[in-house]
Design a protein around this ligand. Structure first.
Ligand code: PAF
Length: 287
């Protein structure tokens, strides 16, 4: 496995691979890797000639400086896991490599991300999706992937990236991969490493409640179901719902009744102490 730190070196290596006609599977990550990330790498390895993984905590997508400062990092363990999973190239650049003009002086481009970027995470984390679009488009330009793999835990992010790829005219196949969960149901996330043992004990209540709401929705309206989920989670000491929205899975816009769309997903963000956890559940999905 090749570990590359410089953008120029990555470009040279990628040009060589593309000249040899190889397909490239790309998994962008912010490190602190877990089995969820590795499932994306497994798929990229299986479906492409070459698997490239980036490990880069992107400052421009953090709207909260504390969140950036405390974001977990463990490069040594990441590299071990990636080598074992069969990644060919790891791109682990410095901030200067990704933003050569500097974070303050970099040229800012306003990405057209559509209405999907205005709701939920977009509303609660101003600038977040512009930052994600900025780094992902920069990484796509360097890696020139055939396919790029994203986890469905960040369900809204995938829709926003699809919009970005379309509006920027980038030719890449965006592949959405299912959420990986711990045995107790908690969605795997790098942020889980920040939970205290007591917080880790109550965090699975988020998924448990969402699963229970699948039964509740059979006899209740969409609004009643949304309120029930918020009430149930907020009744657990140590958990606080930031938002729970039940949306059309393609547009990410709120729906008002169960018949409104063939594909309906509930997206939640919950504070467990200071740790911000996200998850989602499908209420309806087309076959
Ligand atoms: O999902 C993430 O970890 C990040 O948002 C991404 C896509 C790697 C961009 O920094």
């Amino acid at each position: 496995m090749l570990i590359i730190r410089s953008a120029a070196e990555l470009e040279t290596q990628i040009s060589r691979e593309l000249a040899n006609g190889r397909s490239i599977g790309f998994v962008p990550t912010m490190g602190a890797l877990h089995a969820g990330h590795i499932s994306l790498v497994d798929r990229a390895v299986a479906e492409n000639d070459l698997c490239v993984v980036s490990v880069f905590v992107n400052p421009t997508q953090f709207n909260n400086p504390d969140d950036l400062a405390t974001y977990p990092r463990d490069e040594e363990s990441d590299f071990k896991l990636l080598a074992k999973a069969g990644a060919d190239i790891v791109f682990a650049p410095t901030v200067e490599e990704v933003y050569p003009a500097g974070l303050e002086n970099r040229e800012r481009h306003e990405f057209a991300l559509g209405a999907a970027a205005e709701v939920m995470e977009g509303k609660h984390r101003p600038g977040h999706f512009q930052g994600v679009a900025e780094v992902v488009s920069r990484l796509f330009a360097l890696v020139r992937p055939t396919r790029a793999y994203f986890g469905e835990k960040d369900f809204q992010q995938i829709a926003v990236i699809r919009n970005m790829v379309k509006s920027e005219g980038i030719n890449v196949d965006i592949v959405a991969c299912p959420i990986k969960r711990a045995d107790d149901g908690l969605a795997l996330s790098s942020r889980n490493a920040l939970l205290t043992p007591e917080q880790r004990r109550i965090a699975p209540e988020i998924h448990r409640t969402l699963r229970e709401s699948l039964r509740y929705m059979e006899t209740h309206s969409l609004e009643e179901t949304r309120d029930w989920v918020c009430r149930t989670i907020d009744a657990i000491a140590g958990l606080r719902t930031e938002y729970y929205e039940i949306v059309d899975a393609r547009t990410l816009q709120p729906v008002t009744n169960w018949a409104e769309s063939p594909w309906i997903v509930g997206c939640i963000t919950v504070y467990c102490g200071k740790v911000r956890l996200i998850d989602n559940i499908a209420y309806k999905k087309p076959n």
